[in-house]
Design a protein around this ligand. Sequence first.
Ligand code: ACO
Length: 713
Amino acid sequence: MDGSPDDISNLKYLLEPESVAVIGASRDPQKIGYQVLWNLIGGGFPREKIFPINPKAEEILDLKCYPSILEVPEKVDLAVIVVPAKIVPMVLKQCVEKGVKAVAIISAGFGEVGNIAAEEEIVRIAREGGMRLLGPNIVGVANTHNNMNASFCQALPFKGNIAFITQSGALAIALVGWTLLEKIGLSALVSLGNKADVDDADLILYLRDDPKTSVITIYMEGLDDGRKFMDAASKVSAQKPIIIVKAGRSERGAKAASSHTGSLAGSDIAYTAAFKKYGVLRASNIQELFDWAMATAYMPPLKNNNVVILTNGGGAGVLATDECESSGINLMDIPPELAEELRKYMPPFGSVGNPIDLTGMATKEWYKGALKALLSHKDVGGVIVLYCHTAITAPMEIAEAIIEAYEESNKDKPITTSFIGGSECLKSQEHLRRNNIPSYPSPERAVSAMAALLERGKYLMKPPSKAPKLDVDRVTAQRIIGKALEEDRSALSSIEAFQVAEAYGIPVPPLQVVKSREEAVSVARSVGFPLVAEIESPDIIHKTDVGGIVLNIENEDAALKAFDQILENIKKNTPTAKVIGVAFRKMVEEGQEVLVGMHRDPTFGPLIAFGMGGIFVNILKDVSFRITPLTEMEAKEMISETKASKILYGYRGMETLDINSVVDVILRVSQLAMDFKEITDIDVNPLFVYRNGCVAVDVKILLGKSEKNENKP
Ligand code: ACO
């Protein structure tokens, strides 16, 4: 224990305590304090290491009661607190005095109801006393492998290797029943509640080294410190899959999430981008969460996206094929020698296309033979096995055949299965799961599980890369931004934004500000025709709306006229705006319009955007996002994820454009955002892309106060 809030060493006492005290153990079976004690005993935790604390009772459930934790004659690792909020600080102080290492506070009535001061007080007591604090406002914590159910969930889940961390206590309760029904085993179940101290990041780091956990699943509503979570995920993902259901996708959902736990839900796009960066799989619902958890717990990742569907029913195969296409799974062409081998396991009218259709006549021997042939072929990356219950086969026999085929393979390729039919299929699914083969009731779910294995494979195979060090003129940018901040402005003027962009190596057109009629002609000549004239004012962001822009100025007379016209429009339309002059900017040759931007997310910091630029950006929404710092590979991925990339790569005979120059701009915008935490938004839109190079035609930079996560990269 190093005393820092993020020290995870004491989490051992939360999840693997040798002794547990229940402070507020009640004599009344209707009370939570009674149920927690009941669960600890019922779950099989050693009775002699359970210490009920209640000043009014001698004995509860045949265990000796102590009036306070200070009276317990032995050391206590974990204290579960189930007394009303107002006496929690008092019992916490006693825990500190006793030398307790971790506390789990079930009691509600803290931050979630606006009682911030009380929550701060309990965190302070715990931290000063060297204890880690789970909660408050939780259902509790359970670890199946040491028979510890320190919660008021209805039962201890089956033993398994999936850890489940949840911000919602109600979901913990509901899910225990569901996992029992679905025969899904858990290693640990942790209710996080208000996350006043222990949070998702602490737990994933701890569970990374837990030998009983092979997959970490999380139900999340929001994060307070997005960067802390990303940092932890970056250390865990390579070793263990992390799968998250993040609630609050919709705006209404986000509101419900924040009122539910008192924490703010960050913008959904930023969460997706943050998860993607470190290979965290984002499931869209609880069922998908556990479907994927099962697949990643039992199977190796799909590293070779050459998948085969093996089925006895055409319809199931078609459904799976459609799903593969929309999930990015590649159904490989079956090479002739493999087709010849597969023919041994089907009637003459079977199909060796992909899906491989063994037909309704398929026997257990055919399933086993075909699956073995597929798994041993060098080109095959993974197999989705589908079975429709027929009168001539018993589902359990087919399940056995699949288990045998997989056991006899090298087990280095993933398979997922779906048994479609009634109760016998359900039993076979359970049998497959017990034998570590992921099995689902519908083809779509088997495909979705394979897609999760593909995502995982892609992440693990990514070569390591670092954000590049770019050559930038930070001093110039600092001077311009500093001046704007001194003047209490929330945006840079157009020319300032261009200057900052230029200082950061983002290509911009020649440009100068004209302050008087007299200099208009000479400046126009030196910038070069055709040119654009636009109002230069810190107060005007949308220039077109106020008549602040004239395009296509071809000669000196027109330049002078535009100068006069713009000033007149501004005087008329926005008379209070401070006017610095009129900027003359060389009109550059039109290129392919794209957008590079940045929005500073309050949870994760700079969120970089790339997409199709121009006026339709908001309608087309062809935009991809990443969280800084960006590597060159990520910048390239961002481009290739959009439809706009097809145009850049030369759509239908069009010439290929300079993608590397766009990658460079993305990296430079990312660097600018990281260097200046006061920048809240950057818009390089449009950025014209040519065969050689690109030019930023418009740059907007907005400023604001720096926020808590922004000084981190
Ligand atoms: N030390 C130990 N025990 C004490 C002390 C003390 N200093 N003082 C009193 N107690 C005993 C009480 O005598 C009582 O035992 P008894 O029933 O045998 O007399 C026991 O502790 C409990 O105290 P009560 O005052 O009866 O409190 P009650 O059980 O009604 O409520 C609770 C306590 C459950 C913590 C409540 O305040 C609370 O917060 N409820 C909400 C819990 C919750 O929902 N958590 C979030 C879950 S997440 C979700 O959404 C499901």
